[in-house]
Ligand binder design. Structure first.
Ligand code: PMP
Length: 356
């Protein structure tokens, strides 16, 4: 029986995507061949790559605005390195917001390239809030932030104003809410939350900001090379890109980002309302910064843990243990998570209250 999967990533994808991608492994486009055995240069796969790149720009409302979408490899973690390589000038500097473990991972990589200013950090309170009211140096080559902190369950609701290029790691909330995406110069995201299986990284880049760092960039790390080769500089992760395309098509058919945002708000409200109502539970993240994707919460009394763990397992729930650096529970409720599954978790929380 299919479980209610609250895993933080890789995570749930739409059921129809699982079915269609499984079918493509057996017989892709009625070609008599598996998607796993065809050339990435075949007409059928080039069409997949082209449509996926187009659809990303369409869903983010970035078509015709000077952006390119790339499907790369190396995870969001390689982007931590590619960003400074491509944007930080020799003797230049970069500004970073430290809002969590992944943000600080990005900072660490930038530091190996040059001066890296941390404009603000919420490390003092184990990243349970989003820093605000900080200054971004106007002479920095770019500003980097993380829109959603997967581990801590915080999300930037209002992005800072700045005239320098803005780079955002949207790994865990891309395509989940409407933003003015044209305010960002680079958006990147590992596929394995809202887009597809692990194995590809989406990079959306405003072309005009590239080619200004003065650095000699190795080809595989150079966004301009990937753009020139239409995201096929080397063999792309064919299956991950195809499955991402299926998820993007699913999202488009559903009504795109505005439609999913509405559902995501309803889903998050259902769970947060129960966390706030139920005297046995408490949310971890500052209320105004709560993520609509990763809901972190703890039991007020650790003695209830054994009973609660037994109950959610019996309810066929999977993947809600919190990250080791936060403890407690984390329910990841990405785009593909049906509200019915969240209701199952809420019912278990209510039942625990009745039972203890
Ligand atoms: N950034 C964020 C916000 C993440 O959640 C993750 C992974 N969970 C990463 C970066 C690292 O991604 P990857 O494992 O694809 O390198």
């Amino acid at each position: 029986m299919k479980k209610h999967n609250f895993s933080a990533g890789p995570c749930i994808l739409p059921q129809e995507v699982f079915e269609k991608s499984a079918q493509a492994i057996l017989n892709f486009n009625n070609s008599g061949l598996s998607i796993l055995e065809i050339s990435h240069r075949s007409k059928d796969f080039v069409a997949v790559m082209d449509e996926a790149r187009e659809l990303v720009l369409e869903l983010l409302d970035l078509k015709g605005k000077g952006y390119q979408a790339l499907f790369l490899q190396g995870g969001a973690s390689l982007e931590f390195l590619m960003i400074p390589y491509n944007l930080m000038k020799e003797n230049g500097k970069a500004a970073y917001l430290d809002s969590g473990t992944w943000a600080s991972g990005a900072i660490k990589q930038a530091k190996s390239f040059g001066e890296t200013v941390v404009v603000a950090s919420s490390k003092d309170e184990n990243y349970s809030y989003i820093p605000k009211n900080y200054e971004i140096p106007s002479d920095a080559d770019y500003f980097h932030c993380t829109s959603n902190n997967t581990i801590f369950g915080t999300q930037i609701k209002s992005f800072p104003q700045t005239d320098i290029p803005v780079v955002c790691d949207m790994s865990s909330d891309i395509f989940s809410r409407v933003l003015d995406f044209s305010k960002f110069d680079i958006i990147y995201a590992g596929a394995q939350k809202n887009m597809g299986p692990a194995g590809t990284t989406l990079v959306v880049v405003k072309e005009e900001i590239l080619g200004k760092s003065g650095r000699t960039i190795p080809n595989m790390l150079d966004y301009q090379q990937h753009i020139a080769k239409e995201s096929m500089y080397n063999t792309p992760p064919v299956f991950a890109v195809y499955t991402s395309l299926l998820t993007l098509q699913w999202l488009k058919n559903l009504g795109g980002v505005p439609a999913i945002e509405k559902l995501n708000n309803e889903k998050a409200a259902l769970l947060y309302n129960e966390i706030d109502r139920n005297p046995l539970f408490k949310g971890v993240a500052a209320t105004e910064d709560r993520s609509n994707m990763n809901v972190t919460f703890v039991l007020n009394n650790p003695e209830h843990q054994e009973t609660f763990d037994k109950m959610w397992k019996e309810a066929n729930i999977s993947g809600i243990n919190g990250h080791r650096s936060v403890g407690g529970y984390r329910a990841s409720i990405y785009n593909a998570m049906p509200i019915e599954s969240i209701q199952v978790l809420v019912d278990v929380m209510k039942k625990l209250e009745e039972n203890v």
